[in-house]
Design a protein around this ligand. Sequence first.
Ligand SMILES: [Zn+2]
Length: 234
Amino acid sequence: MRKGGFSKALYSSLNLAFHVGDDPTVVSQNQRLFSSETKIKNLRYCQQVHSDVVCHADSVPFSAWIQENLNVNPMIGDALISNRQGETLGIFTADCVPIFILDTATPAIGIAHAGWRGTIARIAAKTITAMNTTFGSDAKNCRIHLGASIQKCCYTVSTELVNQFTDNFGSDVKLGDRLCLHTANIKQLCDIGIQPESIFTSPYCTSCNTDLFYSYRAEGGQTGRMLSFIQLIQ
Ligand SMILES: [Zn+2]
């Protein structure tokens, strides 16, 4: 959600990302507001580049959260994993799919950022594979939530990209010249053993609801970012 913050105009109002051209002082104000409401003081996140790189949270420094001077260079990647008690992992989106992963047995958590590049690169599946390799997580114990993103009502792409998606994930991922990123991610998650009944999806399209969400596409590329986060509390 983008509501309730201090940012103006294109960034109105709860923009939590420094890198999008918003006033850094106001972004810090927004981050302080977020932290006071959620009680989350430390947050680990990556410098997202639409890759398939999964970072272990222990190797990611506390990021430039609430600091206007960006002295800390976040690690480059598009997913984070942790089994550390109290750890909070975050990603920023405005149309891409935020993917939340909870392994209830180990326990462990993961979060991933999947636009079309990350989806084709199977970052959701790779995040769970990394959780398996690092923590011993079993896909059968993982619950998944696919958050608000641009949906098949609005996500028009080139014929070439539609074909890449259908080649990778089957014909269910397309609706004419539009793509369903949720369906493509569900397919790759089921391929590695996630139970279909353990996958939950947001019905919201960011592009259809710019009063509630930032949408990179609907807003011509200049807008804020929402923060999605997951925290491990036993
Ligand atoms: Zn839509």
